[in-house]
Design a protein around this ligand. Structure first.
Ligand code: ATP
Ligand code: MG
Length: 297
């Protein structure tokens, strides 16, 4: 492979991960010139280009060194790492990206009993993830036969080509529509940034470093909430103790009410209704939870 002075990222051309992946890269300050129906998108500001491909091809492109990084489901990356040879083992999951969440699950016909993986002994399981399924069956010491299908796995039990399936589940709607129910989970998946185990030693290594820093900033902002509330000075300690993690809150006076304070706190992650109710019970009122748009510490 010739050394390259531009970074190349592989992502899904058209599918569930396309919009969120592009949105994430845009938030990292990356914009691309070419239209999206092309295979290759040239990066405008930064020396970072995109290769738009089928998601199944992404791990292979990184393993071959055609691309430096990829945005792909953990399910696809893990299947590739498990099934393919030595080169694949050198692929790493660098960052979980928080979208494209789903599970790789065992789903059985509604009326089939399932208590433990051993209930699957002797049955035929249809899947597009034979590597991950075989590995799980080995770990559970279950002897079942794996029927590999490229797509439409969920109709295999109805067609009689398998007794049950192992497939991706998000809401479970597809399973219900096919009279199946989720019985066990093999893998919790989401989109991840995948790359080689080690950073390239040329300029691309520095660019990846920079991209990871921006990505971390974007992810941190996306997961941050600003909590605003009012409390009396006497309830301040109790309220502060209940605040979700984050830096020290800021306190502001409330005009005309010397015993009241306005509290502002940056929280890492969601603030649930339950947490809000607890904080209210401790003496807070006028509570607001706001998303954070940008952050520069
Ligand atoms: P391609 O043409 O790129 O091969 P695909 O049909 O294999 O597309 P999509 O259906 O777009 O792929 O799914 C891409 C990824 O989205 C999956 O690999 C998985 O990580 C994630 N995903 C999230 N929810 C689901 C779901 N309910 N079903 C399938 N994939 C899901
Ligand atoms: Mg695919």
């Amino acid at each position: 492979m010739k050394p390259r002075d531009r970074l190349r990222i592989a992502m899904q051309k058209s599918g569930r991960l396309t919009e969120p992946a592009l949105d994430l890269l845009n938030r990292c300050g990356l914009t691309f010139r070419q239209s999206r129906d092309k295979l290759f998108c040239f990066g405008e500001g930064e020396p970072v280009d995109l290769l738009l491909v089928r998601d199944d091809d992404i791990p292979g492109l990184i393993a071959q060194g055609v691309c430096d990084l990829g945005i792909v489901g953990r399910n696809v990356l893990s299947e590739f790492k498990g099934v393919t040879g030595d080169g694949a083992a050198a692929l790493a999951e660098w960052r979980p990206l928080g979208f494209g969440r789903c599970r790789l699950s065992i789903a059985v016909p509604q009326d089939m009993e399932y208590h433990t993986p051993q209930d699957l002994a002797g049955l035929r399981i249809a899947t597009s993830y034979p590597g991950l399924l075989n590995q799980w069956l080995r770990e559970k010491a279950v002897n079942a036969s794996v029927v590999t299908l490229a797509g439409s796995v969920e109709i295999a039990p109805k067609l009689g080509t398998a007794d049950l399936i192992c497939d991706l589940v998000q809401s479970g709607g597809t399973l219900v529509a096919n009279q199946l129910r989720e019985a066990d989970v093999l893998l919790q998946s989401e989109a991840v940034l995948a790359g080689p185990d080690a950073l390239p030693t040329d300029e691309r290594g520095d660019m990846i470093d920079l991209l990871l820093k921006r990505l971390d900033g974007v992810i941190q902002v996306r997961e941050s909430r600003l909590l605003l509330l009012q409390t009396s000075r006497s309830s301040l300690d109790a309220v502060t103790r209940l605040l979700p993690g984050g830096p020290q809150p800021t306190l502001l006076p409330v005009a005309g009410q010397p015993d009241q304070l306005m509290l502002q706190a940056l929280c890492a992650g969601e603030v649930s209704w339950r947490q809000l109710e607890e904080i209210k019970k401790a003496g807070a009122r006028e509570m607001f939870v706001l998303p954070v748009e940008k952050m520069l510490a």
